[in-house]
Design a protein around this ligand. Structure first.
Ligand code: TXE
Length: 497
């Protein structure tokens, strides 16, 4: 199959002069510094974006604050939901344009961009839209003594927290922003988003659609620029009430620390980890290999919930590695715009170089590279999907998040050893157990340290199911009803009458 043709609207959008989106309008910043957006499949620059400065940060935070206290506070909860539903309609109406933009900027195979960045984003918006009119407090019974016949009552209110700063990574530049935007707007908050400097333009198009959907000016704002300058200024801004961040562990820890230091600003941190997929001995070799491909190699492994550590019963290990090597070698590596592509490039040069250095590290530690472990000789940031056989849970590739198409494998003898290996990490975002023995799975579930645990599946997220990490993988939960706690303050009111 060959590449799809880029829509004219995509080419025209990329050629525009890009900057920021503040108070309902595209804004090119006051400074004249710019940065480039590079297509990871070719290494070529495809767009140029203005680097935000203090002036744009102030403008955006001011606009978000005025909208929070003004127009958005006066918008009924039901109408807030209607706004999100109309934005979902427009995402679907413009789905091909958005999916193509996402694929050329991030290297994500087009079929995944269509299903996840656009299709799933619309679903998440509709889910949050439903919540907007259902966020409420409780009436409480008070037990204070009544000396002169006075009575008491109490109730709680869930009040929106204020202006939310959303810091977005490059792997799902639309969907992760929609998670944060949907939660904030449904709760009555307004938001200032800071996309990754690698994927800064897709959200600018979403903001235009938000305006078309009737979301009032100032409710959604976008500032582009580096994390260290723009991201940090947004967190330090006095109008910022909460930071919601998805990204790497070291940056997440530093973001959380500065948010706390800046007056205990609320934080939701969704960081990565070193997720485990464990296969029990009752699974066939074919089923194990299907599970490994689903858990670890979709979108070149650049999904925070993907598995990177694979635990295989020793009786199946050799056969699994052999069949997995055959399946990986048959995968179609190619352009993200080719609908038959199964493996695209890594999303940016820095990430590509990091993955190459991890291949070196595995070799230095005498881990066996069973398959792959090299860059592909073609333009762009392509590496071979890779299998590494570790020696113990102490090897670097059993500890460090690669965020790439590298599965690291260890065999185990019994389930006690398996649970110890799965938990031998400071992280705990996700894990999966693969078995036909559900009774065994039910006994193991409480012992596995992960915020989301799948049985016979991996990496599937759903808006109704809370998502977030245990241990060093994060703070807080997105989705379900759990998000409400993180985007509202609980106010208690007591009355004597
Ligand atoms: O992430 P960062 P990067 C992993 C992956 C990758 C590595 C580095 O392993 O190789 O992280 O990628 C903003 N204050 N993940 O550098 O630094 C930054 O501008 C405020 C896992 O892209 O975490 C961007 O918008 N903001 C991950 C966002 O933080 C700051 C997805 C994420 O950048 C900041 C992506 C600061 N001081 C990469 N510094 C996942 N878990 O999903 C940076 N930023």
């Amino acid at each position: 199959m060959s590449e799809i043709n880029l829509l004219e609207s995509v080419t025209a959008f990329l050629q525009r002069t890009h900057g920021h989106y503040i108070n309902g309008a595209s804004v090119f910043g006051q400074g004249n510094k710019t940065f480039s957006v590079v297509n990871p499949a070719s290494g070529e620059t495809i767009a140029t974006v203005n680097q935000g400065e203090e002036a744009e940060v102030n403008q955006a935070m001011q606009a978000a604050s005025e909208a929070f206290h003004g127009v958005w506070a006066q918008t009924s909860p039901l109408e807030r939901g209607n706004c999100l539903n109309r934005l979902a309609d427009l995402l679907q109406k413009n789905s091909e344009e958005l999916a193509q933009l996402e694929s050329v900027c991030s290297g994500k195979p087009i079929q995944l961009s269509r299903i996840l960045d656009v299709g799933a984003s619309a679903d998440y918006l509709r889910y949050f839209a439903g919540w907007s009119s259902k966020i409420s407090g409780e009436t409480l019974n008070v037990s204070l003594p009544s000396l002169k016949g006075e009575k008491y009552t109490a109730f709680t209110r869930r009040e929106p927290i204020g202006v939310v700063v959303g810091i977005i990574p490059w792997n799902f530049s639309i969907m992760i922003a929609i998670w944060k935007l949907g939660a904030a707007l449904a709760s009555g908050c307004t938001i200032v988003l800071k996309p990754s400097e690698y994927t800064p333009v897709t959200l600018l198009r979403v903001a235009e659609l938000a305006k078309e959907a009737g979301i009032p000016d100032g409710v959604i704002n976008i500032i582009n620029g580096s994390g260290r300058h723009v991201g940090s200024s947004l967190i330090h801004h006095p109008q910022c009430a909460k930071v919601t961040f998805t990204g790497s562990i070291p940056t997440g820890i530093s973001v959380g620390k500065s948010a706390l230091e800046q007056g205990l600003k609320r934080t939701t941190l969704e960081l990565g980890g070193k997720n485990a997929a464990a296969f029990l001995a009752d699974m066939s070799v074919e089923k194990i290999v299907d599970g490994i491909l689903e858990a670890g190699y979709v979108y070149q492994g650049q999904i925070c919930a993907a598995a990177e550590r694979f635990f295989i019963p020793s009786v199946h290990m050799e056969a699994v590695l052999q069949l997995l090597s055959e399946r990986l070698s048959a995968m179609k590596i190619g352009s993200p715009l080719d609908e038959s592509t199964e493996v695209g490039p890594l999303a940016n040069r820095e990430h590509y170089e990091k993955i190459l250095s991890l291949f070196d590290k595995a070799r230095q530690e005498d881990c066996e590279i069973v398959y792959g472990g090299y860059a592909l000789e073609r333009a762009g940031f392509f590496v071979a999907p890779t299998i590494v056989r570790a020696k113990s849970t102490e090897d670097a590739l059993m500890k460090e998040e690669t965020f790439g198409p590298i599965g690291t494998f260890l065999s185990y003898e019994d389930e006690e050893e398996l649970i110890a290996m799965m938990n031998a990490t400071p992280f705990g975002l996700s894990a999966s157990l693969w078995t036909n023995d559900l009774s065994k799975a039910m006994r193991m579930i409480p012992r596995i340290e992960a915020g989301i645990l799948w049985v016979n599946m991996h990496t599937f997220l759903d808006p109704a199911v809370p998502f977030g990490g245990m241990k060093s993988s994060g703070i807080g939960r997105e989705f379900g009803s759990a998000f409400i706690e993180h985007y509202t303050e609980l106010k208690s009111v007591m009355m004597r009458y």
